[in-house]
Each structure stands twice: as structure tokens, then as C-alpha cells.
Design a protein around this ligand. Structure first.
Ligand SMILES: [Zn+2]
Length: 434
């Protein structure tokens, strides 16, 4: 019974603590036994307790961890041998490990993976952990004088995280301030990149709510998972995107009505991460073009930032052209053309007549032609006429297949209800006394 209890206690302690505690307990047990012999004809109780405290608990040195833990990330040209030698392990001990059964599991160590060892006071390996990724690896431990080596796999746990953000400066900065990881924010930007131009569309008071997953091992976060749902309140309009696992194994995002968020055109030809921070953070309105009457949208970004084609098409123009400077025009269909000005350089593969894909880098931001500083001037033409790229309705958004509609509706209903519940709770907390 007692042993069982002690074992249970150990499970909840980090290993080196357990060792120290075990050592302490053994001392306690032996001292109380010895104490019983010594004090057999004296009164038990208070005296004995006092004695234990003085003799055992005061000798702090004995409670120092007995094992030293060392850890490294595997670099190029590292081998198990060089790493262990660096840790101070003697050659004989390394050879003993390498000659143990299953040591071949440790023969293919890969750059970027982790090795952690616990060494005893003689620098002998007590146990070794090779962590392949957060999920699996190889463990070697010495039991009864023999190294036992085997593979292990950690159990993953997924938790849902909810965030509600009222945009104060930019979508990105407000999100970071609320503790949303960078990779999650980039996913949110990507998912909404066909609906929202994050440089020009965001207004003070806009907000967004998201649910994303975190992946845990032993209760510790090891990875940010997928974004399950995003809901933007942008200029009074609500845009909801829901992740759905399709029957073909792919996952895509759809509106509540089952329309794929992907459209024929991206809202922005410059990725949010490249937009000059001073504009991105401070400006809520488009940078005004001062040179001449304005027919497009400007994106202030550092010189050299990639410019992407907003839709599939064919390059119809790529040369210097007066005030526009280095210019690219892409013809997307009989009706749609986009125009990109002031480029510093063209992507080397861009030539008139070449086909380009949506999102492909066609050139780099510069200030050629009539430009006061590095920025991209972007135009959207429908049937040869200038159209506001921020307001144009994009064609072609494929809806979910009718065979998957019922399942999607269930997923969409589940996620939107969860989001609304979370929102209710968090908004209630924000209202004092409410
Ligand atoms: Zn402009």
C-alpha cells in the first residue's frame, strides 16, 4: 500500500525530483528504524520528529539532483558519438550504449532533432531521449546494468482556443497583443485574403473572432494547429469562414452558405507581412496618390517586397511606361485585366505571353516612374474601365458539392454556435456588471 502510494506520488513529479525524494524517504525510513532501536526505551513522538528534521532535512546537499540533464539540437556533421563526447561521456560508456540491443534505432540521427541525456555523478548515461519531432523518438534507459532501447510515441491532445479581437491598430498587431501566435494570424490573413484587403479595408472598431486548435503533449503546447473558424466584422459586414474536411482528403474554407472562400482574385497584390509598418500600424485609410488623379490603390511597402499576381492570367505588358515606371499588365480573361506600377524589378520569369498563377511573384516593389517613395500602384480593369479593386465583385467561387452539403451544414452549425457561445461569455466579461 505504502509503496503503491509512493509510486503514485512519483508519477506526478519530475524525474530528478523523484530521485531526490526517494533518496530522502529511504533516509527517513532508515533513520526511523534506527531511531526506534536507539530510542526504544524512550518516549516516542516529538523527539523523534525533531531528530529527523535535523539529521535529514538539513543536509541539503543530499537533495541536490543526482542526475545532470544535458540537451542539444543536432547540427550538421554531428554524430551520436561526438554529441555524447561533448557532454563529457567516456568512450567506454558510449561504446556500451552503441553495443546494446536496438541501438540501430539511434543510428540515423537527423539535423534539427533533439537529444537529451541524464548523466549520473560519473558522467555515465542514465537515460537518453532522442526526440524525432514533438510526437515520437527513441528512448534508451539503463535498467539492471543494461541499456534498454525502444521507440516511443507521445499521445497528442487537441484543444480549441477562442479569441475575440477588437482591432485597435492593425489586424495583425491587435492579434499579437492578444497572444495569437504569428502562424495563426498568417492563416487568418490567408483564409480571408479573397474577401479582405487588410491594408485598406480595416476600419477602427472592426473586430474578428476565431477558434483555432493547439496541439498538446503531456499538457504542454507543442504546435499551433488549424484555424477552424474566423468571423470578421469589417465595415459593418460579417464574413465567416469555416474549415471543412472534404471527402477527397483536402481541407478548405467555406462561407456559412458553403461557398469556397477562394475566388478568381486575391484582394491584395502585396502580402500583409510586407506592408510598410508605419502605414500598416498608423494609417487606417489608403495612402493618397499625390501625382495625378487616382485610378487604383497604393500599397506602401519596402523596396524589394514581392508583388503577386492577384489572379491566374497571361502577362500582356512588361516594360517601362512613363509615370507608371516598370509596369506589368496581366490579362485574366476577356473582361479582367490588372496593372502593377513602379516596380523595382521584374521577376526573371515574367515575359509578355507567359502564363501566371494566382499568388505567383511577378515583380518587386520599387519607386520607378513618378513615385515619391517605394510603393505598388495597383489597378483593376473590367472591360477596359478602371474599377476600384477594393469594391469590385469577384466572379467564380465554387460552392461545396451537394453530396457533402449535409455534413458541412452540421460542421458549420457546430462551429458557429461554439463561436457565438464563446463570444457571449467573453463579451459579458468585458461589460462591468453586465
Ligand atoms: Zn497609385
Amino acid at each position: 500500500m505504502l509503496v503503491k502510494k509512493i509510486v503514485t506520488i512519483f508519477k506526478n513529479f519530475p524525474k530528478r525530483h523523484s530521485v531526490a525524494i526517494l533518496f530522502g524517504l529511504l533516509m527517513l525510513v532508515s533513520i526511523s528504524i534506527l531511531g526506534n532501536f536507539d530510542l526504544s526505551d524512550r518516549k516516542k513522538g516529538a523527539d523523534l520528529t525533531k531528530k529527523i528534521k535535523i539529521d535529514v532535512l538539513k543536509e541539503g546537499d543530499q537533495f541536490e539532483p543526482i542526475y545532470t540533464s544535458k540537451e542539444t539540437v543536432i547540427k550538421r556533421n554531428d554524430s551520436l558519438f561526438t554529441i555524447l563526447t561533448k557532454f563529457g561521456v567516456r568512450n567506454e560508456n558510449i561504446i556500451e550504449l552503441i553495443n546494446s540491443k536496438n541501438s540501430n534505432l539511434l543510428s540515423n540521427i537527423e539535423v534539427g532533432d533533439k537529444i537529451r541525456v541524464n548523466l549520473d555523478e560519473n558522467n555515465e548515461i542514465k537515460d537518453l531521449l532522442y526526440i524525432d519531432d514533438f510526437q515520437s523518438g527513441v528512448r534508451a534507459g539503463k535498467f539492471e546494468g543494461i541499456y534498454v532501447i525502444n521507440k516511443f510515441k507521445n499521445k497528442l491532445e487537441k484543444v480549441k482556443v477562442f479569441k475575440h479581437i477588437i482591432i485597435q491598430d492593425s489586424m495583425y498587431v491587435s492579434g499579437i497583443k492578444e497572444g495569437i501566435p504569428d502562424s495563426v494570424l498568417m492563416d487568418v490573413v490567408y483564409i480571408n485574403g479573397w474577401d479582405i484587403d487588410f491594408t485598406h479595408d480595416i476600419r477602427p472598431g472592426d473586430s474578428y473572432s476565431i477558434i483555432y486548435e493547439e496541439i498538446l503533449v503531456d499538457g504542454e503546447k507543442v504546435l499551433d494547429g488549424d484555424v477552424l473558424i474566423t468571423e470578421f466584422n469589417n465595415k459593418g459586414k460579417k464574413i465567416t469562414s469555416i474549415r471543412f474536411d472534404l471527402a477527397n482528403g483536402k481541407s478548405e474554407y467555406f462561407s456559412v452558405n458553403g461557398i469556397n472562400v477562394k475566388k478568381a482574385f486575391l484582394r491584395s497584390p502585396v502580402k500583409l507581412s510586407y506592408i510598410s509598418s508605419k502605414y500598416n500600424l498608423r494609417r487606417k485609410h489608403p495612402v493618397l496618390h499625390t501625382i495625378r488623379s487616382h485610378n487604383g490603390v497604393d500599397y506602401a511597402a519596402n523596396k524589394g517586397s514581392p508583388v503577386r499576381a492577384t489572379g491566374d492570367g497571361t502577362v500582356s505588358f512588361a516594360e517601362y511606361n512613363g509615370g507608371c515606371g516598370n509596369e506589368i499588365k496581366i490579362k485574366h480573361s476577356e473582361d479582367y485585366t490588372t496593372r502593377y506600377c513602379h516596380l523595382d524589378k521584374y521577376n526573371s520569369r515574367i515575359k509578355v505571353g507567359k502564363k501566371v498563377k494566382q499568388g505567383q511573384t511577378i515583380g518587386y516593389v520599387g519607386s520607378t516612374g513618378l513615385a515619391t517613395g517605394p510603393h505598388l500602384h495597383y489597378e483593376f480593369h473590367v472591360n477596359g474601365k478602371h474599377t476600384d479593386p477594393l469594391r469590385v465583385k469577384f466572379p467564380n467561387a465554387t460552392p461545396i458539392k451537394s453530396s457533402e452539403k449535409i455534413k458541412f451544414t452540421q460542421v458549420a452549425y457546430g462551429l458557429t454556435s461554439q463561436l457565438n457561445n464563446y463570444k457571449d461569455i467573453s463579451l459579458r466579461k468585458e461589460v462591468p456588471g453586465g
